[in-house]
Design a protein around this ligand. Structure first.
Ligand SMILES: Cc1cc2nc3c(=O)[nH]c(=O)nc-3n(C[C@H](O)[C@H](O)[C@H](O)COP(=O)(O)OP(=O)(O)OC[C@H]3O[C@@H](n4cnc5c(N)ncnc54)[C@H](O)[C@@H]3O)c2cc1C
Length: 453
């Protein structure tokens, strides 16, 4: 890697494009929100699509791995650099163009998710996907991971809103799909959604906007047993009730949040559900409360005022930071199961927590069977990491047995690639690899991600 002459790349970039080769300048680019790190050879902060093209052509010429990067909030190591790789950041490609009459926005991949929501709301529309990281994550990262979010139980995930993509492949070609073509179909661009930066660099994203969703009533329901909360989730879905938000937290996750900032009445709760009702469904509040009561909830609070409801949401909003603060090492997994098996998975995690030396807790977007499981250790040694890897594998095997998937929304990345064969058989994996080879015949696009070694 030392023999690479980066000056040629530097001179190929536009005036605002930047090349960073001094390690002191790129610590923030060595990791995402997981515990994994890698040392890159250089960072390019692209300022437009031409910078992206110049960079991929340079990397192709030098057979240098490229790791695309947005805001680095990923939870599967997707943008963690391979040793000596070039990290290509698209965070500065942050233009937003809204076409209210078309209910469409065309955005650079570096647009922060909340900035798009704010820009859409300024013209009386909104963008529905809302990952909990939406104040930091970029749309490029959202598309590459097919991000979900709190409102996704009702409004769907990122894939449901992308109507076109522009991307640059490693031979410098621009792929135009959907909105960016004269043709009405978009099937081809679908391949890029959830591709975790392994196929091409996304340089422009067209998304559909919808009418503002409006705020419903927030309901907090606490339970004495995790199984009661999990059964409530299934009962609500069976009754055909789809709130805008339906979040689950187990007792240990509540304890972490309470230690960070206490929420009144939750000190003994073994599980919690937080809902926001659909404001168009006038009877929803009563129906949710009645199902919670039937399933033995111990605390029930409702708050119709969105500002005062923030007090109830705090317990969820603080959670990620609160759990991270609890331990020297946190390994966070996201799995998803069919909603009819949600209670089984919650019970399994509870049992793992009780029988393990490590603290294990869970929370997640319950409405779509999505659970984030955190494994916490008071020490960060290689032994702890190995032990937690074994526990993660036990969790993944159980998830697959329940008919679920290794990732509900965070992707496979670096973190779960060793486990991918649990979910996909060899012919399917081989077929996926062949698709990658079509986009990236020399294997330089985010090479250490998704596929098992
Ligand atoms: C506190 C917290 C809460 C979170 N909540 C949620 C949640 O509710 N739902 C959810 O789905 N996720 C959640 N996440 C995970 C994360 O925020 C999402 O995966 C998000 O989509 C990542 O966006 P990013 O810009 O940070 O991408 P990065 O982490 O920078 O990259 C993620 C992946 O996208 C690829 N990529 C980035 N930009 C491009 C591009 N221009 N072209 C091609 N590939 C690209 C990278 O190579 C990498 O594989 C959360 C994370 C945190 C820390």
């Amino acid at each position: 890697m030392a023999s690479i002459d980066y000056h040629k790349l530097s001179s190929a970039l536009s005036e605002n494009g930047r090349l960073v080769t001094d390690p002191a300048g790129y610590e923030a680019y060595t990791h995402d929100a997981t515990a994994d790190t890698g040392v890159p050879g250089a960072i390019v902060l692209a300022s437009n699509a031409n910078d992206v093209r110049a960079t991929v052509l340079f990397c192709r010429k030098h057979n240098l791995a490229i790791v695309p990067r947005g805001a680095g909030t990923g939870l599967s190591g997707g943008c963690v650099p391979s040793e000596g790789a070039l990290v290509l950041s698209t965070e500065a490609l942050d233009d937003i163009e809204i076409m209210p009459d078309e209910r469409t926005a065309v955005c650079g991949p570096g647009v922060i998710t909340r900035d798009l929501i704010d820009a859409a709301e300024a013209v009386g529309l909104t963008y529905a996907p809302d990952p909990a990281s939406y104040t930091e994550s970029t749309l490029g990262g959202n598309v590459a991971e097919n991000a979900g979010g709190l409102r996704c139980v009702k409004y769907g995930v990122t894939r449901d809103y992308v109507v076109g993509l522009q991307a640059i492949t490693t031979d410098g070609s621009t792929i135009n799909t959907g909105w960016f073509t004269e043709r009405p179909t978009f099937e081809f661009g679908e391949l890029l959604i959830g591709s975790e930066g392994t196929l091409a660099i996304i340089t422009s994203i067209a998304v559909s906007l919808i009418k503002p969703i409006g705020r419903g009533t927030t309901i907090l329901a606490a339970f004495g047993e995790p199984s009661d909360a999990a059964r409530t989730v299934f009962a609500l879905r069976r009754a055909g009730l789809v709130p805008t938000v339906m979040e689950f937290m187990d007792g240990d996750a509540i304890n972490c949040s309470n230690a960070y900032e206490p929420t009144e009445g939750l000190h003994r709760a073994a599980a919690l559900l937080l809902f926001e009702t659909d404001p168009r469904h006038h009877d929803m509040e009563r129906l949710i409360e009645s199902i919670c009561t039937d399933n033995r909830c111990t605390v029930l609070r409702a708050e119709p005022d969105p500002h005062r409801a923030e007090d109830l949401w705090r317990v969820r909003r603080n959670l990620s930071r609160a759990i991270t603060d609890m331990a020297a090492l946190r390994v966070s997994e996201d799995v998803a199961v069919p909603i009819s098996r949600f209670a089984d998975l919650v019970a399994f995690v509870d049992q793992m927590n009780h029988s393990s030396d490590y603290r294990i807790n869970t929370f997640g977007h319950a409405g779509d069977g999505n659970l984030h499981v955190s494994f916490l250790s008071q020490h960060d040694t290689s032994r702890d990491r190995e032990n937690i890897d074994s526990l993660v594998e036990i969790l993944m095997r159980k998830t697959i047995e329940l008919g679920g998937t290794l990732t509900g929304e965070h992707g496979i990345g670096l973190a779960k690639r060793r486990l991918l064969p649990l979910e996909f058989d060899p012919p399917t994996l081989q077929f996926m690899r062949r698709i990658k080879d079509v986009f990236d015949p020399t294997g330089i696009m985010n090479p250490d991600k998704i596929f098992p070694v």
